[in-house]
Design a protein around this ligand. Structure first.
Ligand code: NDP
Ligand code: 8X3
Length: 257
């Protein structure tokens, strides 16, 4: 990894999982980090560790991406230099529940739609105008295999990730003339806090998702994000679908190692 000091990556959902792993990879490459999540204490621990390890600068935002006003005011209140984002990783997201549509919880639906679709839009709307003014930048959206396929009881989560897929394509078209690259990375099963969040803290049910399987780890996705972000100016990776070797499709057609 080559050093790229003075560049800034903005990672949403950096307090755990894929976002946290992305922070590590970009710090190692010499990027300064603008990190957002609701759990600020986790961001503080991560930032202290990465500053110490890599000598980079960090700036933290305690932010719920569902709150449009907070997203816009947090971003516009940043010191000017921290608004000059080179790479935005729209990673904050979650699943809630795994119920058939006729038994779905409306609160779960709202949380997924508000975070995965609307939150991603708010953050993009805050960041992209400055990228456009600078005529440079790269937006990397974390989609999912659930944005390419639909699996039993995945209904609304899959719909939100299909929306991320469509928005990525729309952003790429709209931002082409602003010299902003847009990419989507779509992971299959990654062992993070994702299932614990989906099952609302039920660690046993979450662990069962990965039992006797070899899922991806967060660093696998972070390395792909870095690969995409570090291509030469004339190259854009539009779309990347990354699966654990044992996972053939979203419907968990798997073999046990
Ligand atoms: P984790 O639960 O480990 O991490 C999710 C991150 O998103 C946390 O940092 C969390 O921070 C943040 N987040 C959630 N809601 C909000 C919010 N309202 N405002 C700000 N931050 C928020 O899961 P993953 O790392 O696995 O998930 C990251 C992304 O990857 C998601 O978009 C997910 O859909 C996607 N993905 C995950 C896959 C998997 O199998 N794990 C596969 C495919 C895609 P905090 O709670 O502190 O706010
Ligand atoms: C997370 C992976 O297969 O649970 O997006 O939808 S999956």
């Amino acid at each position: 990894i080559t050093s790229m000091s003075n560049k800034i990556v903005f990672i949403t959902g950096a307090s755990a999982g894929i976002g946290e792993a992305c922070a590590e990879v970009f710090a190692r490459a010499g990027y300064n980090l603008l990190l957002a999540a609701r759990r600020i204490n986790r961001l503080e621990e991560l930032a202290a560790r990465l500053e110490e390890a890599y000598g980079i600068d960090t700036h933290l935002l305690a932010l719920d991406v569902r709150n449009a006003e907070d997203v816009f005011s947090s971003f516009s209140n940043l010191p000017g230099s921290w608004q000059q984002i080179d790479v935005l990783v729209n990673n904050a997201g979650l699943s809630q529940g795994l119920d058939p549509i006729h038994e779905g919880d409306v609160g779960d639906w709202d949380r997924m739609i508000d975070t995965n679709i609307k939150g991603l839009l708010y953050v993009t709307r805050a960041v992209a105008p400055i990228m456009a003014a600078r005529q440079q930048g790269h937006i990397i959206n974390i989609g999912s295999i659930a944005g390419k396929e639909v699996y039993p009881n995945g209904n609304v989560y899959c719909a939100t990730k299909h929306a991320v897929d469509a928005l990525t394509k729309g952003m790429r078209i709209d931002l082409l003339h602003q010299h902003i690259k847009v990419t989507a990375i779509h992971p299959g099963m990654v062992e993070t806090e994702f299932s614990e969040v989906r099952f609302k803290g039920d660690k046993q049910r979450a662990a069962a998702v990965y039992q006797n399987l070899e899922p991806l780890i967060a660093a696998d996705i972070a390395e792909a994000v870095w690969f995409v972000a570090s291509r030469p100016k004339h190259v854009n990776i539009n779309d990347m679908l990354i699966m654990p070797t044992i996972q053939a499709s979203a419907t968990l057609v798997v073999r046990e190692n």
